[in-house]
Design a protein around this ligand. Structure first.
Ligand code: URA
Length: 249
């Protein structure tokens, strides 16, 4: 059965007005559902209901979900005032107003989800419900196990903030170049977190890629390519975030 949602939310999602303004419009009698003026709050509508605001039908977007392999030198945004390439430039054939869930740095590559589902985006970006993400970093220097063990206890990064326990593993080392490739799994999403964590233990990041997000991987994609998420993957993400919410209660 189609999911019923609050009228003011549907109007806001259609881009007509903010949710607060949508509530005011309903109260002012400007909104009709199936030809009937609705003035009370809390009415729920399904995709089958015809909604007009000021006599104009609203355009209701289907929710869409994409997994994108962000290349380096691309901004995790929908526009840029200095004309740098942005992630939505890769989605020219997609007409829904999608945006990235969270951010990868301009020089970080890897897995990014784009959607127009604000509820899922909020859930996944909320610091309490964040899902596990694995990054692979090329770092300057070769850490010892005791260096990486510091991540397990949590370390202080910018503004005295302590990170939650995180797990790192050395994948390879290059003694000649004095570099290492290390995977790091975190569930938080502070700005530049991985780079700050490695810098805090004395190993600057030279190159960074996000390889997984929850159970999602980049398998089958090359930089700049995307695919739709499958229904079970969307359900998994929603459940993961909700389970985290319950774990931490
Ligand atoms: N941590 C970083 O430092 N950069 C990213 O892009 C993502 C996580």
């Amino acid at each position: 059965m189609a999911q019923a949602e609050r009228l003011q939310k549907v109007i806001a999602q259609a881009g007509v007005a903010s949710r607060r303004r949508a509530e005011a419009m309903i109260a002012e009698g400007l909104v009709k559902v199936n030809g009937q003026t609705v003035t009370e709050m809390g009415v729920k509508v399904t995709p089958d209901d015809a909604i007009t605001v000021n006599g104009q039908p609203i355009m209701r977007e289907q929710k869409v979900y994409y997994l994108f392999y962000k290349p380096r030198q691309v901004l995790s945004a929908v526009s840029d005032s200095t004309d740098r390439r942005v992630v939505t430039d890769y989605f020219r054939g997609v007409h829904e107003r999608i945006y990235p869930i969270g951010r990868l740095d301009y020089d970080t590559s890897g897995l990014l989800i784009l959607t127009n589902d604000g509820a899922l985006a909020n859930l996944l970006m909320h610091p309490r419900y964040e899902v596990d993400k694995t990054y692979v970093a090329k770092i300057m220097g070769i850490p010892q196990p005791e260096d990486l063990a510091k991540f397990r206890k949590g370390i202080i990064i910018r503004h005295g903030r302590k990170t939650a326990p995180a797990y790192a593993k050395i994948l390879s080392t290059d003694k000649r170049k004095n570099t290492a490739i290390v995977s790091l799994t975190i569930h938080q999403g502070m700005n530049h977190q991985v780079k700050l964590m490695f810098a805090a233990i004395g190993f600057p990041v030279l190159k960074l890629k996000r390889e997984t997000y929850g159970q999602l991987t980049l398998d089958g994609l090359r930089p700049g390519e995307y695919r739709e998420l499958r229904p079970h993957e969307i359900a998994q993400l929603t459940n993961l975030a909700k389970n985290k919410q319950n774990d931490r209660k």
